[in-house]
Write a protein that binds this ligand. Structure first.
Ligand code: IPD
Ligand code: CA
Ligand code: CA
Length: 262
């Protein structure tokens, strides 16, 4: 494992321990709202602070783009952090959430990890070196068509503006796929695509910290991640389609004709 990734993993495990400890008293954790259906707790903030502190100890000059505390300027290294992806699940004791960390150097994602602290599953990737789950090499699925495919998705729950667009996409895929799952933590959904548990995934309106780590993982596992129109601006637009090359092509054909949500 590259040195920087080792530090990221240390930080993610520490944050994961904190999250799991706090899950026991989840009923008493005060919840703030950042917007409609957009919640944040002191656990999100504490986990983020722990991650940044650990990384800073080794790399004092690096910058951060972190969900709860925003942009911290630094040198050409930028850590992109979602300290608790799946906050709504966490608040309900629904066991699907993760810590997601990626390292971008001079604009390119070089290292990534997604850590599920309940299952103790650690997904990692480094550019050009492949992707792993608990240190074993992972690959995207070999599924060739939507017939029989298990897809993941995320609902546009924060704003109802895109509901109709989303439902049109859902309607296009629902009759052809074997199943569609909405698990509630986008970084883990992408990691599941990387290891072949999901054959494909689509969601729009995501943020860079939801996507950055999972995107590298999918690419290093032989898959593809694109914007809904087939471009690679997904980190900026927040709209993603992912899977093996064959599945992504079919998904884009089905979704693309419905326009590109903004
Ligand atoms: C959310 C989760 C969810 C996705 C949302 C994200 P958060 O992240 O990844 O699956 O549908 O768009 O914002 O707010 O729990 O970190
Ligand atoms: Ca998130
Ligand atoms: Ca989060």
């Amino acid at each position: 494992m590259r040195g920087a990734l080792t530090i990221g993993v240390r930080a993610a495990r520490k944050a994961g321990d904190l999250i799991v400890r706090r899950l026991e008293q989840v009923q008493s954790i005060p919840i703030d709202s950042k917007g409609r259906n957009d919640f944040v707790t002191e656990v999100d903030r504490q986990a983020e602070a722990v991650i940044i502190e650990i990384i800073r100890r080794t790399y004092p000059g690096h910058g951060f783009l972190a969900e709860e505390s925003g942009l911290h300027s630094g040198d050409e290294h930028q850590w992109i952090i979602d300290p608790l992806d799946g906050t709504t699940n966490f608040l309900h004791g629904f066991p699907q959430f993760a810590v997601s960390i990626a390292l971008r150097i001079k604009g390119r994602i070089e290292d990534a990890l997604v850590y599920d602290p309940l299952r103790q599953e650690l997904f990692t990737a480094s550019r050009g070196r492949g992707a792993t789950l608990n240190e074993r090499r992972i690959r995207v699925s070999r599924q060739r068509s939507l017939d029989g495919a298990l897809l993941g998705t995320g609902f546009p729950f924060r704003s109802l503006d895109h509901l109709e667009e989303y439902l049109a996409m859902f309607r296009a895929l629902f009759p052809v796929a074997a199943g569609i799952r909405r698990a509630g933590a986008a970084s883990l959904d992408l990691a599941y695509v990387a290891c072949g548990r999901l054959d494909g995934f689509w969601e729009f309106g995501l943020k860079p910290w939801d996507i950055a780590a999972g995107a590298l993982m999918i690419k290093e596992a032989g898959g593809i991640i694109t914007d809904m129109d087939g471009s690679d601006c997904y980190l900026e637009s927040g709209n993603v389609v992912a899977g093996n090359p064959k599945i992504v092509k079919t998904l884009c054909a089905k979704l693309g004709t419905r326009g590109r949500p903004r």
